[in-house]
Write a protein that binds this ligand. Structure first.
Ligand SMILES: [Zn+2]
Length: 309
């Protein structure tokens, strides 16, 4: 190993830190929890502590930098998060600069789904393409757009919020202010809400709804078809917008792929001329919950290659 960088995945519950070399090998990983009870300084302390522990352990090698994936809308230039439901104490807090100052090393902040999309491009299901879209199906739906090998940021860093594109004109209300957002109709949370509305059982998890579908329960199967329809409408719009070769999905809901994918594919086919006339793959991401760590660690390598070229 000649050099390494550190990828951090900061979630509302978990804080993970990994050492990854420039070939995409993960050499070490720390898994901890995010403590939001004592304010932003405590979160910064915990992040810095994890990074320092690993940096010291690999001190004979050069550290290129640090990338941090965070949930929420990001202001890239200012280096902070706005509108994060998972990390409310960090909204508008200058987290990038605070960490940079403590470590005296460059820190790059990135939206977690953007980081995951970049990780899949680097060493995952998108290795062989330059352009892809990733949808992370979890309690919400995150989105990341990679164009010509780099995360597409838009004007301030808020591009790729694909969980909030409208798929049902007067659909379920969303915390973002819109109605009918993709994540209100196709996330794990949406599956659980539909199961509740259909009185399938007492507060079933999305996995339990999947188990019912496997057992042949018609209403559970319809829930996944509804999810596939919402995803298909969203992905058709993305195919029409980008004409990229690859659209990936990740998250626990992939287990139910065989139940939602046929409806999804039929919707995309019906709604997208581009899909019917251009080679387009819709598939599963490969790196699971580690995609964000790889993508975050890749950011400093990418920044370095720009400076050198
Ligand atoms: Zn929304």
């Amino acid at each position: 190993m000649s050099e390494f960088s550190i990828g951090v995945d900061l979630g509302g519950t978990n804080l993970r830190t990994a050492v990854i070399d420039s070939n995409g090998q993960m050499l070490d990983k720390l898994a901890g929890t995010t403590d939001l009870t004592e304010g932003p300084e405590r979160v910064v302390d915990d992040i810095v502590h994890g990074i320092e522990t690993l940096r010291d352990k690999y001190s004979t090698h050069r550290m290129t930098g640090v990338g941090i994936g965070v949930p929420g809308f990001i202001r890239m230039a200012e280096g902070y998060i706005v509108g994060s439901h998972n990390l409310p104490v960090l909204n508008h807090y200058p987290i990038r600069d605070a960490i940079e100052k403590r470590l005296e090393t460059p820190v790059i902040l990135e939206n977690d789904a953007n980081a995951a999309a970049l990780g899949e491009k680097w060493i995952g299901a998108g290795r062989d393409v330059d352009d892809l879209v990733l949808l992370t199906l979890g309690t919400g739906i995150g989105g990341g757009i990679v164009y010509k090998g780099r995360v597409m940021h838009g004007a301030v860093g808020m591009a790729g919020e694909l969980g909030h594109i409208t798929v049902v004109p007067n659909g379920n209300p969303c915390g973002c202010g819109n109605r009918g957002c993709l994540e209100k109709h196709a996330s794990a949370t949406a599956i659980e809400s539909m199961a509740n509305l259909m009185a399938l059982g007492e507060n079933l998890t999305s996995k339990q709804v999947h188990d019912l579908a496997l057992a042949g329960e018609e209403r559970a199967i319809r829930i996944f078809q509804s999810m596939g329809e919402a995803l298909g409408i969203g992905i058709a719009t993305l195919v029409n917008t980008f004409n990229f070769p690859l659209y990936l999905m990740s998250g626990g809901a992939l287990a139910a792929w065989d139940f939602f994918y046929p409806t999804l594919e039929a919707e995309v086919r019906a709604r997208s001329f581009t899909y019917r006339n251009a080679e387009t793959r819709i598939g599963k991401a490969l790196l699971g919950s580690e995609a964000g760590l790889f993508g975050a660690a890749y950011l400093p390598f990418q920044a370095q290659s720009v400076t050198r070229s």
